[in-house]
Design a protein around this ligand. Structure first.
Ligand code: ATP
Length: 435
């Protein structure tokens, strides 16, 4: 089982590199541990995921707005949030082989690699520290944000005062976060630099359990709507011992990755903890005034916090298939058309008789609406396979019949079914299927 699991991840990693989804960072220098770069196809895939999230969270709600806060924030933010004091993981070192482990991830009290003796457990703060300005002194310390959430909390009053939003309302943000993880691993699953897609929903105390329930269901539905297999998704409820210091209730949405069930997104009832702390540390009144009931209160916050990179890995793992076509194996990524980096591949059957010119013309027409790809090299079967491997849902081929009746062959990725469609109808045809 273990061997098979490794192979599937290896295959995904290798396809990502070979076809330009994801590369090791600074590869020509031997790579930088746990850092990855998104290549031409990966950047499209990730962008489509982020756009689907933004549409579902911001555009489709009249009471949720967006924000893009700076990565560097006032150091007091991280005191108020509890990160300076408590954003730590327990760490042990092996005295013999010098390897470092997260104490909560190993069983027993000897090194899982060489059996050597381990050091005492120490608490290791996961925040990246740096200095602002030219002088490296204690007073100039700033942190790279370990979560995007705090950028939202410290702007809560700005958003309230600059819009006409009333509780309940939400603020959404997509952005980079940094954690100096002790044991980053599993490709882009756990890295030290990653991107979060977070939405903080501000509600009246007492209504929080209902809102929590609503967001929990909505967030699960979002993954299902992207075509992620239902049997690969589940909720994990945090028990008393797992709950973060700020949370009254928490569920993770987990996905069954090739290396097992792991967290993909967290949904938390953060109560009034964060705003209360910022009120205390900044001295600013964080209460909301309800002009209907004339009450003042600090809203409760329901947080939905997803990882963009983990969603990329989920989508890749879920879509990957090696199909046995009777002796011949077809590698295919069954991406939802909304997420596919390239929507349509366009090919002339042969490089003569005006077919390339006609295919180029179709490419230009479709490029106005979608990301398309023109390819005239090699046997048609191979060109189809190359598109299957990167998850392109449709291919259009210009052939000799096209020259007679102005129809093309449209081939669908999953069924491999082909049908003839008039060139004049192509935009409408794809609009129905891609949007
Ligand atoms: P984990 O237990 O896996 O470390 P967490 O519970 O600390 O995750 P949160 O703080 O709830 O994670 O962060 C919200 C989301 O951000 C996670 O569900 C995950 O998708 C993403 N995320 C967190 N840490 C990382 C990381 N090191 N690399 C990639 N994504 C991450």
């Amino acid at each position: 089982m273990a061997a098979k699991t490794t192979t599937l991840m290896d295959k995904i990693v290798s396809l990502c590199r070979r076809r330009g989804f994801i590369f090791q960072s600074s590869e020509i220098y031997g790579g930088l541990d746990s850092c990855y770069d998104y290549g031409p196809l990966g950047v499209e895939l990730k962008r489509n995921i982020k756009e689907a999230w933004w549409k579902a969270m911001v555009r489709e709600h009249d009471n949720i707005v967006g924000l893009d806060a700076a990565i560097l924030m006032h150091p007091k933010v991280w005191e108020a949030s509890g990160h300076v004091e408590g954003f730590t993981d327990p760490m042990v070192d092996c005295k013999q082989c010098k390897r470092r482990f997260r104490a909560d991830e190993i069983e027993g009290d000897r090194c899982p690699v060489c059996g050597g003796e381990l050091t005492e457990v120490r608490q290791f703060n996961l925040m990246f520290k740096t200095h602002m300005g030219p002088v490296e002194e204690e007073a100039s310390v700033v942190y790279l944000r370990p979560e995007t959430a705090q950028g939202i909390y410290v702007n809560y009053l700005n958003v309230l005062n600059s819009t006409r939003l009333k509780v309940p309302f939400g603020i959404a943000q997509i952005g980079k976060a940094f954690r100096n993880e002790i044991t980053p691993r599993n490709f882009i699953f756990r890295t030290r630099e990653f991107e979060q897609m977070e939405m903080q929903f501000f509600v009246k105390p007492g209504t929080d359990p209902d809102w929590f329930e609503e967001w929990r269901q909505k967030r699960m539905q979002w993954y299902l709507d992207l075509g992620i297999r239902k049997e690969k998704l589940r909720f994990h409820q945090h028990g008393e011992d797992e709950l973060a210091h700020y949370a009254a209730a928490a569920y993770d949405i987990q996905y069954e990755f090739p290396f097992g069930w792991r967290e993909l997104e967290g949904i938390h009832n953060r109560t009034d903890f964060d705003l209360k702390r910022h009120q205390e540390y900044s001295g600013k009144d964080m209460r909301y005034f309800d002009d209907q009931t004339r009450e003042r209160y600090i809203p409760y916050i329901i947080e939905t916090s997803a990882g963009a990179d983990r969603t990329v890995l989920t989508v890749l793992s879920d879509a990957y298939e090696e199909e046995d076509l009777g002796g011949d194996v077809r590698t295919v990524l069954h991406f939802h058309p909304k997420l596919a980096p390239i929507k349509v591949g366009i090919f002339p059957l042969v490089k003569r008789d005006g077919m390339p010119e006609l295919a180029r013309k179709i490419e230009q027409d479709l490029r106005k609406y979608w990301m398309v790809f023109y390819d005239e090299g090699g046997a048609i079967g191979r060109r189809y396979r190359r598109q299957d491997e990167i998850g392109t849902p449709y291919c259009v081929t210009v052939d000799s019949q096209t020259l007679e009746d102005r129809t093309v062959t449209v081939r669908e990725r999953d069924s491999m079914q082909q049908e003839r469609v008039g060139i004049d109808r192509l935009v409408e045809y794809f609009r129905e299927r891609l949007e």
